[in-house]
Design a protein around this ligand. Structure first.
Ligand SMILES: Nc1ncnc2c1ncn2[C@@H]1O[C@H](COP(=O)(O)OP(=O)(O)OP(=O)(O)O)[C@@H](O)[C@H]1O
Length: 544
Protein backbone atom coordinates (compact mmCIF):
# COMPACT_ATOMS: atom_id res chain seq x y z
CA UNK A 1 0.00 0.00 0.00
CA UNK A 2 1.36 3.35 -0.90
CA UNK A 3 0.71 5.90 1.88
CA UNK A 4 -1.12 8.93 0.59
CA UNK A 5 -0.08 12.41 1.45
CA UNK A 6 -1.85 13.42 4.69
CA UNK A 7 -3.60 16.16 2.78
CA UNK A 8 -5.44 13.50 0.81
CA UNK A 9 -6.60 11.70 3.88
CA UNK A 10 -8.52 14.59 5.38
CA UNK A 11 -7.83 15.61 8.94
CA UNK A 12 -4.98 17.85 9.82
CA UNK A 13 -2.90 19.06 6.91
CA UNK A 14 -0.78 21.38 8.92
CA UNK A 15 2.44 19.41 9.10
CA UNK A 16 2.70 18.37 5.54
CA UNK A 17 1.39 21.64 4.11
CA UNK A 18 3.97 23.52 6.00
CA UNK A 19 6.59 21.12 4.81
CA UNK A 20 5.60 21.53 1.19
CA UNK A 21 5.23 25.25 1.37
CA UNK A 22 8.63 25.37 2.87
CA UNK A 23 9.81 23.73 -0.31
CA UNK A 24 7.93 26.01 -2.58
CA UNK A 25 5.33 23.47 -3.62
CA UNK A 26 1.64 23.29 -2.93
CA UNK A 27 1.02 26.85 -3.94
CA UNK A 28 0.30 26.31 -7.60
CA UNK A 29 2.64 26.73 -10.49
CA UNK A 30 3.97 30.06 -9.53
CA UNK A 31 7.59 30.96 -9.92
CA UNK A 32 8.30 29.67 -6.44
CA UNK A 33 7.09 26.24 -7.36
CA UNK A 34 9.95 23.86 -7.99
CA UNK A 35 7.99 21.97 -10.67
CA UNK A 36 7.05 25.13 -12.49
CA UNK A 37 7.68 24.29 -16.14
CA UNK A 38 11.28 24.03 -17.23
CA UNK A 39 12.39 27.18 -15.58
CA UNK A 40 15.84 28.21 -16.66
CA UNK A 41 18.47 27.62 -14.06
CA UNK A 42 18.70 30.40 -11.56
CA UNK A 43 21.73 32.59 -11.76
CA UNK A 44 21.01 34.78 -8.72
CA UNK A 45 20.56 33.75 -5.14
CA UNK A 46 18.42 30.71 -4.50
CA UNK A 47 14.84 31.64 -3.62
CA UNK A 48 14.06 31.13 0.02
CA UNK A 49 12.18 28.07 1.05
CA UNK A 50 14.05 25.40 -0.88
CA UNK A 51 16.40 24.60 1.93
CA UNK A 52 15.86 21.81 4.38
CA UNK A 53 13.04 22.96 6.62
CA UNK A 54 13.83 23.65 10.24
CA UNK A 55 13.62 20.39 12.17
CA UNK A 56 10.22 21.01 13.76
CA UNK A 57 8.70 21.82 10.39
CA UNK A 58 9.19 18.33 9.07
CA UNK A 59 8.02 16.10 11.86
CA UNK A 60 8.69 12.41 11.61
CA UNK A 61 5.76 11.14 9.66
CA UNK A 62 4.19 8.29 11.50
CA UNK A 63 4.58 4.94 9.85
CA UNK A 64 1.14 4.06 8.61
CA UNK A 65 1.15 0.43 7.73
CA UNK A 66 -2.50 -0.08 6.86
CA UNK A 67 -3.60 2.97 5.00
CA UNK A 68 -6.74 2.82 2.97
CA UNK A 69 -6.84 3.04 -0.77
CA UNK A 70 -6.19 6.55 -2.02
CA UNK A 71 -9.43 8.42 -1.72
CA UNK A 72 -8.62 10.73 -4.60
CA UNK A 73 -7.05 9.32 -7.69
CA UNK A 74 -5.95 11.80 -10.27
CA UNK A 75 -7.71 11.95 -13.59
CA UNK A 76 -5.73 10.50 -16.44
CA UNK A 77 -4.45 13.21 -18.69
CA UNK A 78 -6.71 14.13 -21.54
CA UNK A 79 -5.69 12.15 -24.56
CA UNK A 80 -6.67 12.83 -28.10
CA UNK A 81 -9.07 10.30 -29.51
CA UNK A 82 -7.43 7.94 -31.99
CA UNK A 83 -8.21 9.09 -35.51
CA UNK A 84 -11.22 7.56 -37.19
CA UNK A 85 -10.05 4.63 -39.25
CA UNK A 86 -10.34 5.50 -42.92
CA UNK A 87 -11.70 3.05 -45.46
CA UNK A 88 -8.90 1.13 -47.21
CA UNK A 89 -9.08 2.74 -50.66
CA UNK A 90 -8.83 6.27 -49.29
CA UNK A 91 -5.90 5.83 -47.02
CA UNK A 92 -4.15 9.08 -46.30
CA UNK A 93 -0.66 9.59 -47.54
CA UNK A 94 1.91 8.60 -44.99
CA UNK A 95 4.43 11.24 -44.12
CA UNK A 96 5.99 8.74 -41.79
CA UNK A 97 4.04 6.34 -39.67
CA UNK A 98 0.39 6.79 -39.01
CA UNK A 99 -2.06 4.85 -37.01
CA UNK A 100 -3.09 1.63 -38.65
CA UNK A 101 -6.34 1.87 -40.56
CA UNK A 102 -9.25 -0.06 -39.17
CA UNK A 103 -9.85 -1.81 -42.52
CA UNK A 104 -13.52 -1.33 -41.90
CA UNK A 105 -13.49 -4.89 -40.57
CA UNK A 106 -13.60 -4.54 -36.84
CA UNK A 107 -13.48 -1.64 -34.49
CA UNK A 108 -9.91 -0.88 -33.51
CA UNK A 109 -9.35 -3.23 -30.59
CA UNK A 110 -8.81 -1.61 -27.22
CA UNK A 111 -6.30 -3.02 -24.83
CA UNK A 112 -8.13 -4.56 -21.91
CA UNK A 113 -7.23 -2.90 -18.64
CA UNK A 114 -4.52 -4.82 -16.87
CA UNK A 115 -3.40 -4.88 -13.30
CA UNK A 116 0.25 -5.03 -14.08
CA UNK A 117 2.58 -3.40 -16.48
CA UNK A 118 3.97 -6.34 -18.34
CA UNK A 119 3.61 -5.28 -21.92
CA UNK A 120 3.28 -7.96 -24.57
CA UNK A 121 6.06 -7.75 -27.12
CA UNK A 122 3.57 -7.26 -29.96
CA UNK A 123 2.15 -4.18 -28.23
CA UNK A 124 5.59 -2.78 -27.65
CA UNK A 125 6.41 -3.37 -31.28
CA UNK A 126 3.24 -1.63 -32.44
CA UNK A 127 3.96 1.29 -30.14
CA UNK A 128 7.45 1.53 -31.58
CA UNK A 129 6.04 1.52 -35.08
CA UNK A 130 3.64 4.30 -34.21
CA UNK A 131 6.28 6.50 -32.66
CA UNK A 132 9.04 5.87 -35.17
CA UNK A 133 8.15 8.53 -37.66
CA UNK A 134 11.70 8.65 -38.90
CA UNK A 135 14.59 6.32 -39.38
CA UNK A 136 16.62 5.22 -36.36
CA UNK A 137 20.19 5.69 -37.48
CA UNK A 138 22.59 3.12 -36.09
CA UNK A 139 26.29 3.49 -35.51
CA UNK A 140 26.81 -0.27 -35.57
CA UNK A 141 28.22 -2.16 -38.52
CA UNK A 142 26.12 -4.59 -40.47
CA UNK A 143 27.35 -8.12 -40.00
CA UNK A 144 26.74 -10.60 -42.82
CA UNK A 145 26.83 -14.36 -42.51
CA UNK A 146 26.70 -16.00 -45.87
CA UNK A 147 26.21 -19.71 -46.35
CA UNK A 148 26.46 -19.94 -50.12
CA UNK A 149 29.83 -18.57 -51.19
CA UNK A 150 28.68 -18.38 -54.81
CA UNK A 151 25.79 -16.03 -54.23
CA UNK A 152 26.48 -12.42 -55.11
CA UNK A 153 26.92 -10.03 -52.25
CA UNK A 154 27.04 -6.36 -52.82
CA UNK A 155 25.66 -3.29 -51.16
CA UNK A 156 24.14 -0.18 -52.63
CA UNK A 157 24.34 3.46 -51.63
CA UNK A 158 21.38 4.74 -53.65
CA UNK A 159 17.93 3.43 -54.49
CA UNK A 160 18.64 4.06 -58.17
CA UNK A 161 21.19 1.24 -58.16
CA UNK A 162 18.40 -1.25 -57.49
CA UNK A 163 16.31 -2.95 -60.16
CA UNK A 164 13.19 -1.03 -59.10
CA UNK A 165 10.44 -0.07 -61.50
CA UNK A 166 9.91 3.66 -61.85
CA UNK A 167 6.57 3.68 -59.97
CA UNK A 168 8.37 2.24 -56.99
CA UNK A 169 11.18 4.75 -57.14
CA UNK A 170 8.52 7.45 -57.25
CA UNK A 171 7.00 5.91 -54.12
CA UNK A 172 10.40 5.91 -52.41
CA UNK A 173 10.92 9.58 -53.28
CA UNK A 174 7.44 10.44 -52.12
CA UNK A 175 8.23 8.84 -48.77
CA UNK A 176 11.19 11.18 -48.51
CA UNK A 177 13.78 8.39 -48.47
CA UNK A 178 16.95 9.98 -49.80
CA UNK A 179 19.19 6.98 -49.42
CA UNK A 180 18.90 3.44 -48.13
CA UNK A 181 19.28 2.83 -44.42
CA UNK A 182 22.19 0.68 -43.20
CA UNK A 183 20.19 -2.52 -43.23
CA UNK A 184 18.60 -1.64 -46.57
CA UNK A 185 22.00 -1.06 -48.19
CA UNK A 186 22.84 -4.71 -47.65
CA UNK A 187 19.44 -6.37 -47.65
CA UNK A 188 17.76 -4.80 -50.67
CA UNK A 189 20.19 -6.06 -53.34
CA UNK A 190 19.83 -9.57 -51.91
CA UNK A 191 16.06 -9.39 -51.67
CA UNK A 192 15.75 -8.24 -55.26
CA UNK A 193 18.44 -10.54 -56.67
CA UNK A 194 17.90 -13.10 -59.41
CA UNK A 195 17.77 -15.93 -58.64
CA UNK A 196 15.95 -14.99 -55.42
CA UNK A 197 17.87 -15.30 -52.17
CA UNK A 198 16.55 -16.36 -48.80
CA UNK A 199 17.39 -13.86 -46.14
CA UNK A 200 17.24 -13.40 -42.40
CA UNK A 201 17.62 -9.80 -41.31
CA UNK A 202 17.88 -8.68 -37.73
CA UNK A 203 17.95 -5.11 -36.63
CA UNK A 204 16.25 -3.02 -34.00
CA UNK A 205 12.95 -1.29 -34.50
CA UNK A 206 12.94 1.73 -36.77
CA UNK A 207 15.97 0.83 -38.87
CA UNK A 208 14.08 0.29 -42.13
CA UNK A 209 13.20 -3.41 -42.26
CA UNK A 210 9.52 -2.95 -43.11
CA UNK A 211 10.24 -0.48 -45.87
CA UNK A 212 12.78 -2.96 -47.28
CA UNK A 213 10.50 -5.98 -47.48
CA UNK A 214 7.59 -3.86 -48.69
CA UNK A 215 9.79 -2.75 -51.57
CA UNK A 216 10.63 -6.38 -52.24
CA UNK A 217 6.95 -7.42 -52.28
CA UNK A 218 5.94 -4.55 -54.53
CA UNK A 219 8.85 -5.31 -56.79
CA UNK A 220 8.19 -9.05 -57.06
CA UNK A 221 4.41 -8.79 -57.50
CA UNK A 222 3.28 -8.84 -61.07
CA UNK A 223 0.32 -6.51 -61.54
CA UNK A 224 -0.90 -8.36 -64.61
CA UNK A 225 -1.32 -11.63 -62.70
CA UNK A 226 -4.51 -11.52 -60.69
CA UNK A 227 -3.76 -13.92 -57.85
CA UNK A 228 -1.78 -13.81 -54.57
CA UNK A 229 1.96 -13.94 -55.17
CA UNK A 230 3.43 -12.43 -52.02
CA UNK A 231 2.43 -13.51 -48.53
CA UNK A 232 3.50 -11.59 -45.45
CA UNK A 233 2.81 -12.83 -41.92
CA UNK A 234 2.78 -10.60 -38.83
CA UNK A 235 2.02 -11.63 -35.25
CA UNK A 236 -1.07 -9.49 -34.70
CA UNK A 237 -3.97 -7.83 -36.47
CA UNK A 238 -2.63 -4.37 -35.76
CA UNK A 239 0.88 -5.18 -36.95
CA UNK A 240 -0.51 -6.68 -40.16
CA UNK A 241 -2.53 -3.55 -40.83
CA UNK A 242 0.45 -1.40 -40.11
CA UNK A 243 2.46 -3.21 -42.79
CA UNK A 244 -0.44 -2.72 -45.20
CA UNK A 245 -0.24 0.99 -44.51
CA UNK A 246 3.41 1.01 -45.60
CA UNK A 247 2.55 -1.01 -48.73
CA UNK A 248 -0.07 1.57 -49.65
CA UNK A 249 2.30 4.44 -49.05
CA UNK A 250 5.34 3.13 -50.90
CA UNK A 251 3.14 1.51 -53.56
CA UNK A 252 1.11 4.65 -54.12
CA UNK A 253 2.03 4.71 -57.80
CA UNK A 254 1.75 0.95 -58.31
CA UNK A 255 -1.97 1.31 -58.69
CA UNK A 256 -2.56 -2.15 -60.15
CA UNK A 257 -1.08 -3.98 -57.22
CA UNK A 258 -3.70 -4.79 -54.64
CA UNK A 259 -3.53 -5.95 -51.03
CA UNK A 260 -5.85 -8.13 -48.98
CA UNK A 261 -5.66 -8.90 -45.29
CA UNK A 262 -5.92 -12.39 -43.83
CA UNK A 263 -6.87 -11.12 -40.38
CA UNK A 264 -9.71 -11.84 -38.03
CA UNK A 265 -12.93 -10.21 -39.05
CA UNK A 266 -12.09 -10.18 -42.75
CA UNK A 267 -14.30 -13.07 -43.75
CA UNK A 268 -13.93 -14.81 -47.05
CA UNK A 269 -16.33 -17.42 -48.29
CA UNK A 270 -15.31 -20.71 -49.79
CA UNK A 271 -15.02 -20.31 -53.52
CA UNK A 272 -13.92 -16.67 -53.34
CA UNK A 273 -11.29 -15.91 -55.96
CA UNK A 274 -8.63 -13.69 -54.48
CA UNK A 275 -7.23 -11.32 -57.06
CA UNK A 276 -4.90 -9.34 -54.82
CA UNK A 277 -1.22 -9.88 -55.45
CA UNK A 278 -0.19 -9.24 -51.85
CA UNK A 279 -1.72 -10.91 -48.82
CA UNK A 280 -0.79 -9.68 -45.37
CA UNK A 281 -2.10 -11.69 -42.47
CA UNK A 282 -1.75 -13.28 -39.12
CA UNK A 283 -0.76 -16.96 -39.04
CA UNK A 284 -4.11 -18.23 -37.69
CA UNK A 285 -6.38 -16.57 -40.23
CA UNK A 286 -3.94 -17.27 -43.05
CA UNK A 287 -4.04 -20.97 -42.19
CA UNK A 288 -7.80 -20.74 -42.20
CA UNK A 289 -7.81 -19.15 -45.64
CA UNK A 290 -5.41 -21.78 -46.95
CA UNK A 291 -6.72 -25.02 -45.52
CA UNK A 292 -10.29 -24.41 -44.37
CA UNK A 293 -11.71 -21.87 -46.78
CA UNK A 294 -9.20 -22.89 -49.47
CA UNK A 295 -9.16 -19.44 -50.99
CA UNK A 296 -5.41 -18.94 -50.76
CA UNK A 297 -3.28 -21.18 -52.93
CA UNK A 298 0.14 -21.34 -51.31
CA UNK A 299 1.67 -23.15 -54.25
CA UNK A 300 1.49 -19.92 -56.25
CA UNK A 301 3.28 -17.81 -53.63
CA UNK A 302 6.71 -16.75 -54.83
CA UNK A 303 7.69 -14.47 -51.92
CA UNK A 304 7.02 -15.29 -48.28
CA UNK A 305 7.84 -12.68 -45.63
CA UNK A 306 7.81 -13.48 -41.96
CA UNK A 307 7.95 -10.31 -39.93
CA UNK A 308 8.66 -9.98 -36.21
CA UNK A 309 9.90 -13.55 -35.89
CA UNK A 310 10.92 -12.98 -32.28
CA UNK A 311 7.36 -12.06 -31.38
CA UNK A 312 5.99 -15.01 -33.34
CA UNK A 313 8.00 -17.44 -31.27
CA UNK A 314 7.13 -15.61 -28.08
CA UNK A 315 3.42 -15.97 -28.73
CA UNK A 316 1.98 -19.39 -28.26
CA UNK A 317 0.95 -21.16 -31.42
CA UNK A 318 2.16 -18.58 -33.91
CA UNK A 319 5.47 -20.20 -34.70
CA UNK A 320 3.86 -23.61 -35.33
CA UNK A 321 1.22 -22.03 -37.54
CA UNK A 322 3.92 -20.17 -39.47
CA UNK A 323 5.86 -23.39 -39.95
CA UNK A 324 2.73 -25.13 -41.28
CA UNK A 325 2.26 -22.36 -43.79
CA UNK A 326 5.90 -22.41 -44.83
CA UNK A 327 5.78 -26.18 -45.37
CA UNK A 328 3.03 -25.74 -47.95
CA UNK A 329 5.00 -23.24 -50.02
CA UNK A 330 6.82 -24.30 -53.18
CA UNK A 331 10.53 -24.98 -52.83
CA UNK A 332 11.32 -22.14 -55.18
CA UNK A 333 9.54 -19.60 -52.97
CA UNK A 334 11.83 -16.88 -51.65
CA UNK A 335 11.67 -16.59 -47.85
CA UNK A 336 12.56 -13.44 -45.93
CA UNK A 337 12.55 -13.42 -42.16
CA UNK A 338 12.81 -10.30 -40.00
CA UNK A 339 13.38 -9.95 -36.33
CA UNK A 340 14.44 -7.27 -33.89
CA UNK A 341 16.50 -9.83 -31.98
CA UNK A 342 18.40 -12.93 -33.07
CA UNK A 343 18.91 -14.96 -29.97
CA UNK A 344 18.96 -18.73 -29.75
CA UNK A 345 15.19 -19.43 -29.99
CA UNK A 346 14.86 -17.16 -33.03
CA UNK A 347 17.85 -18.83 -34.66
CA UNK A 348 16.41 -22.31 -34.12
CA UNK A 349 13.03 -21.22 -35.46
CA UNK A 350 14.62 -19.48 -38.45
CA UNK A 351 16.64 -22.56 -39.31
CA UNK A 352 13.46 -24.63 -39.44
CA UNK A 353 11.66 -22.20 -41.67
CA UNK A 354 14.24 -20.83 -44.04
CA UNK A 355 16.63 -22.96 -46.06
CA UNK A 356 20.16 -21.69 -46.82
CA UNK A 357 19.68 -18.14 -45.74
CA UNK A 358 22.05 -15.24 -45.83
CA UNK A 359 21.95 -13.63 -42.42
CA UNK A 360 22.31 -9.88 -42.01
CA UNK A 361 22.59 -8.45 -38.54
CA UNK A 362 22.73 -4.88 -37.40
CA UNK A 363 23.65 -5.07 -33.77
CA UNK A 364 21.54 -3.05 -31.36
CA UNK A 365 23.25 -0.17 -29.65
CA UNK A 366 24.02 -1.65 -26.28
CA UNK A 367 22.71 -0.14 -23.10
CA UNK A 368 25.56 0.81 -20.89
CA UNK A 369 25.91 2.42 -17.52
CA UNK A 370 29.33 3.82 -18.27
CA UNK A 371 28.02 7.16 -19.51
CA UNK A 372 25.43 7.53 -16.75
CA UNK A 373 26.13 9.11 -13.38
CA UNK A 374 24.10 7.39 -10.71
CA UNK A 375 22.94 8.77 -7.36
CA UNK A 376 20.53 7.81 -4.65
CA UNK A 377 18.73 9.60 -1.86
CA UNK A 378 17.30 8.01 1.25
CA UNK A 379 13.93 9.14 2.58
CA UNK A 380 11.71 8.12 5.47
CA UNK A 381 8.39 8.04 3.67
CA UNK A 382 6.75 8.54 0.33
CA UNK A 383 5.95 12.13 1.21
CA UNK A 384 9.57 12.74 1.92
CA UNK A 385 10.45 11.06 -1.36
CA UNK A 386 8.17 13.58 -3.01
CA UNK A 387 9.89 16.47 -1.29
CA UNK A 388 13.26 15.08 -2.33
CA UNK A 389 12.00 14.94 -5.88
CA UNK A 390 10.87 18.57 -5.66
CA UNK A 391 14.28 19.63 -4.41
CA UNK A 392 15.97 17.68 -7.13
CA UNK A 393 13.82 19.24 -9.77
CA UNK A 394 14.19 22.77 -8.51
CA UNK A 395 17.94 22.61 -8.19
CA UNK A 396 18.97 20.21 -10.88
CA UNK A 397 16.60 19.36 -13.67
CA UNK A 398 16.20 21.92 -16.41
CA UNK A 399 14.95 19.85 -19.31
CA UNK A 400 12.74 16.83 -19.46
CA UNK A 401 12.73 14.04 -16.98
CA UNK A 402 11.32 10.55 -16.91
CA UNK A 403 10.22 9.33 -13.52
CA UNK A 404 9.72 5.60 -13.08
CA UNK A 405 7.37 4.14 -10.52
CA UNK A 406 7.02 0.52 -9.62
CA UNK A 407 3.24 0.36 -9.72
CA UNK A 408 0.46 2.08 -11.54
CA UNK A 409 -1.04 3.17 -8.24
CA UNK A 410 2.18 4.85 -7.25
CA UNK A 411 2.40 6.54 -10.66
CA UNK A 412 -1.19 7.78 -10.29
CA UNK A 413 -0.44 9.06 -6.80
CA UNK A 414 2.65 10.93 -7.91
CA UNK A 415 1.03 12.33 -11.00
CA UNK A 416 -1.96 13.48 -8.93
CA UNK A 417 0.28 15.21 -6.44
CA UNK A 418 2.30 16.94 -9.10
CA UNK A 419 -0.75 17.92 -11.10
CA UNK A 420 -2.32 19.41 -7.99
CA UNK A 421 0.88 21.38 -7.57
CA UNK A 422 0.21 22.77 -11.01
CA UNK A 423 2.58 20.85 -13.22
CA UNK A 424 2.17 19.57 -16.72
CA UNK A 425 2.73 15.90 -16.19
CA UNK A 426 2.19 13.04 -18.60
CA UNK A 427 1.57 9.56 -17.34
CA UNK A 428 2.26 6.35 -19.15
CA UNK A 429 0.86 3.13 -17.79
CA UNK A 430 -0.33 -0.15 -19.26
CA UNK A 431 -4.00 0.72 -18.83
CA UNK A 432 -3.76 3.11 -21.77
CA UNK A 433 -4.33 1.73 -25.23
CA UNK A 434 -1.32 1.41 -27.49
CA UNK A 435 -2.56 4.41 -29.47
CA UNK A 436 -2.88 6.49 -26.32
CA UNK A 437 0.58 5.46 -25.17
CA UNK A 438 2.06 6.34 -28.53
CA UNK A 439 0.33 9.69 -28.34
CA UNK A 440 1.67 10.36 -24.81
CA UNK A 441 5.20 9.52 -25.93
CA UNK A 442 4.86 11.65 -29.01
CA UNK A 443 3.70 14.67 -26.99
CA UNK A 444 6.54 14.19 -24.55
CA UNK A 445 9.03 13.90 -27.40
CA UNK A 446 7.71 17.15 -28.77
CA UNK A 447 8.35 18.75 -25.39
CA UNK A 448 4.67 19.41 -24.64
CA UNK A 449 5.18 17.91 -21.21
CA UNK A 450 8.36 18.20 -19.21
CA UNK A 451 7.73 15.30 -16.90
CA UNK A 452 6.80 11.79 -17.94
CA UNK A 453 5.81 9.48 -15.13
CA UNK A 454 5.90 5.89 -16.25
CA UNK A 455 5.67 2.41 -14.98
CA UNK A 456 7.79 -0.23 -16.64
CA UNK A 457 5.67 0.05 -19.75
CA UNK A 458 8.16 2.49 -21.11
CA UNK A 459 11.31 1.19 -19.50
CA UNK A 460 12.54 -0.59 -22.56
CA UNK A 461 12.57 -0.07 -26.23
CA UNK A 462 11.40 3.50 -26.35
CA UNK A 463 13.82 6.32 -26.87
CA UNK A 464 13.25 9.95 -26.22
CA UNK A 465 16.53 11.39 -27.36
CA UNK A 466 16.46 14.61 -25.37
CA UNK A 467 15.94 12.86 -22.02
CA UNK A 468 19.16 12.71 -20.09
CA UNK A 469 17.70 12.55 -16.59
CA UNK A 470 15.85 9.61 -15.15
CA UNK A 471 14.45 9.32 -11.64
CA UNK A 472 13.58 6.04 -10.00
CA UNK A 473 10.83 6.81 -7.54
CA UNK A 474 11.68 3.66 -5.67
CA UNK A 475 13.80 0.90 -7.15
CA UNK A 476 12.46 -1.80 -9.43
CA UNK A 477 12.11 -5.09 -7.61
CA UNK A 478 11.05 -8.58 -8.59
CA UNK A 479 8.37 -10.69 -6.92
CA UNK A 480 10.77 -11.64 -4.13
CA UNK A 481 11.63 -8.05 -3.37
CA UNK A 482 15.08 -8.44 -4.89
CA UNK A 483 16.41 -5.79 -7.29
CA UNK A 484 15.18 -6.20 -10.84
CA UNK A 485 18.56 -5.51 -12.42
CA UNK A 486 17.43 -5.67 -16.01
CA UNK A 487 14.62 -3.20 -15.47
CA UNK A 488 17.00 -0.89 -13.61
CA UNK A 489 19.35 -0.98 -16.58
CA UNK A 490 16.55 -0.37 -19.05
CA UNK A 491 15.10 2.46 -16.98
CA UNK A 492 18.25 4.41 -16.45
CA UNK A 493 19.59 3.39 -19.83
CA UNK A 494 16.89 5.72 -21.24
CA UNK A 495 19.07 8.60 -20.06
CA UNK A 496 22.21 7.55 -21.86
CA UNK A 497 21.04 6.67 -25.35
CA UNK A 498 22.80 7.79 -28.50
CA UNK A 499 26.03 8.38 -26.59
CA UNK A 500 24.50 11.07 -24.36
CA UNK A 501 25.85 11.59 -20.87
CA UNK A 502 22.96 10.80 -18.63
CA UNK A 503 22.20 11.06 -14.96
CA UNK A 504 19.99 8.84 -12.84
CA UNK A 505 18.62 9.43 -9.37
CA UNK A 506 17.02 6.77 -7.25
CA UNK A 507 14.86 8.18 -4.50
CA UNK A 508 14.41 5.29 -2.09
CA UNK A 509 13.00 4.61 1.32
CA UNK A 510 15.28 3.60 4.15
CA UNK A 511 14.25 -0.06 4.14
CA UNK A 512 15.39 -0.51 0.55
CA UNK A 513 18.86 0.97 0.78
CA UNK A 514 20.37 -2.51 0.65
CA UNK A 515 18.93 -2.84 -2.86
CA UNK A 516 21.15 0.03 -3.96
CA UNK A 517 24.17 -1.86 -2.71
CA UNK A 518 23.09 -5.00 -4.57
CA UNK A 519 22.69 -3.03 -7.79
CA UNK A 520 26.15 -1.54 -7.32
CA UNK A 521 27.61 -4.96 -6.82
CA UNK A 522 25.75 -6.51 -9.75
CA UNK A 523 26.78 -3.88 -12.25
CA UNK A 524 30.16 -3.22 -10.62
CA UNK A 525 29.26 0.42 -10.53
CA UNK A 526 29.09 3.24 -8.01
CA UNK A 527 25.86 4.86 -6.93
CA UNK A 528 26.66 7.85 -4.81
CA UNK A 529 24.46 8.95 -1.93
CA UNK A 530 23.09 12.48 -1.91
CA UNK A 531 21.40 14.40 0.85
CA UNK A 532 18.05 15.42 -0.62
CA UNK A 533 18.13 18.61 1.43
CA UNK A 534 21.64 19.67 0.59
CA UNK A 535 20.79 22.12 -2.14
CA UNK A 536 24.40 23.20 -2.53
CA UNK A 537 25.42 19.67 -3.36
CA UNK A 538 22.54 19.29 -5.82
CA UNK A 539 23.39 22.54 -7.53
CA UNK A 540 27.04 21.58 -7.71
CA UNK A 541 26.00 18.40 -9.47
CA UNK A 542 24.06 20.38 -12.01
CA UNK A 543 27.12 22.45 -12.76
CA UNK A 544 29.35 19.41 -13.36
N1 LIG B 1 15.75 4.76 -46.37
C1 LIG B 1 15.02 5.47 -45.56
N2 LIG B 1 15.19 6.80 -45.45
C2 LIG B 1 14.44 7.53 -44.60
N3 LIG B 1 13.46 7.02 -43.83
C3 LIG B 1 13.25 5.71 -43.88
C4 LIG B 1 14.00 4.85 -44.74
N4 LIG B 1 13.54 3.60 -44.58
C5 LIG B 1 12.57 3.65 -43.67
N5 LIG B 1 12.38 4.91 -43.25
C6 LIG B 1 11.43 5.41 -42.25
O1 LIG B 1 11.96 5.06 -40.97
C7 LIG B 1 10.92 4.64 -40.09
C8 LIG B 1 11.21 3.22 -39.64
O2 LIG B 1 11.31 2.37 -40.78
P1 LIG B 1 10.73 0.89 -40.78
O3 LIG B 1 9.38 0.88 -40.23
O4 LIG B 1 10.89 0.34 -42.13
O5 LIG B 1 11.72 0.24 -39.74
P2 LIG B 1 11.59 -1.20 -39.03
O6 LIG B 1 12.97 -1.65 -38.79
O7 LIG B 1 10.69 -2.06 -39.84
O8 LIG B 1 10.91 -0.82 -37.68
P3 LIG B 1 9.79 -1.67 -36.93
O9 LIG B 1 10.42 -2.97 -36.58
O10 LIG B 1 9.43 -0.83 -35.75
O11 LIG B 1 8.67 -1.81 -37.89
C9 LIG B 1 9.63 4.78 -40.88
O12 LIG B 1 9.07 6.02 -40.56
C10 LIG B 1 10.07 4.73 -42.32
O13 LIG B 1 9.18 5.45 -43.16
Amino acid sequence: MFPPHPALRGGSMAGSERGLRGLGAGTGPGPGCPWHGAAPRRSGPRPPGLRRPEPPVLPELPVLPELPVLPVLPELPELPEPPEPPEPPELPELPGRAAAPGLGLLPAPRAPPRDDDRVPLAELSLMNKLIHTSLVESKQHVEILQRDPNSPLFSIKTFEELPLKKELLQGVYMMGFNRPSKIQEQALPLMLAHPPQNLIAQSQSGTGKTAAFVLAMLSRASASEKYPQCLCLAPTYELALQIGQVVRAIGKFCTDIKVNYAVRGNRVLKGTVLEEQIIIGTPGTTLDWCFKQRVLDLTKISLFVLDEADIMIDTQGLSCQSIRIQRALPNSCQVLLFSATYKEPVRTFAERIIPNPIVIKLREEELTLSNIRQYFMVCQSSDEQYRALCNLYSSFIIGQVMIFCQTRRQADWLSGKMSRDGHQVAILTAELTVMQRASVIQRFREGKEKVLIATNVCARGIDVQQVTTVVNFGLPVDEDGEPDFETYLHRIGRAGRFGHRGIAFSVVQRETVQLVRKIEEYFQTTIKQLDPYDMDELEKLAAE
